[in-house]
Design a protein around this ligand. Structure first.
Ligand code: ZN
Length: 162
């Protein structure tokens, strides 16, 4: 049995806030406004995983009203969702993801993000793809008002062979 999941997430950008994506702190004038660390990339991977499992959305499992999730690393949430997958007998085939942000250039950070995420997910970095693109100076991305992340994930039942 194989299953697919998808997620899109948006966060507002504001001066003086930290920018953390894929578990990595990024040098940036603008950062993410959020209840947790606002790690948009980790949010979409966790939510795509919930989607593949048919378990609804991230907010219903990890409420942004809940004080226990205030300022926690989103990697903790991702680890919990990953455990939910393993308990149900599934494993990750591959993940593809995109970060839409105008600035800064993320190419230098992608290797580190892949390292942090594949460690949390206990997958090989080759199973995880991260792409970054800008908003071409137009729209909410181009005006640096927001960051958007998207992810697609494929999971398979343990022991399932193609
Ligand atoms: Zn989010």
């Amino acid at each position: 049995m194989i299953r697919i999941g998808q997620s899109t997430d948006i966060h507002r950008l504001k001066a003086g806030k930290p920018l953390i994506l894929g578990g990595i702190k990024i040098d940036s004038e603008l950062g993410i406004v959020a209840h947790s660390d606002g790690d948009c990339l980790v949010h979409v991977i966790a939510e795509a995983l919930l989607g593949a499992l048919g378990l609804g959305d991230l907010g219903s499992h990890f409420s942004d009203q809940d004080p226990q999730y205030k300022n926690i690393s989103s990697l903790v949430i991702l680890k919990r969702v990953c455990d939910m997958m393993k308990e149900r007998g599934y494993e990750i085939v591959n993940i593809d993801s995109t970060i839409l942000i105008e600035k800064p250039k993320l190419s230098h950070y992608i290797y580190k993000m892949k390292e942090a995420l594949s460690k949390t997910l206990t997958v090989d970095p080759s199973q995880l793809n991260i792409k970054a693109t800008t908003g071409e100076k137009v729209g909410i991305i181009g005006r640096q008002e927001a960051v958007v992340c998207e992810a697609v994930i494929l999971i398979k039942e343990r022991g399932y062979d193609e």
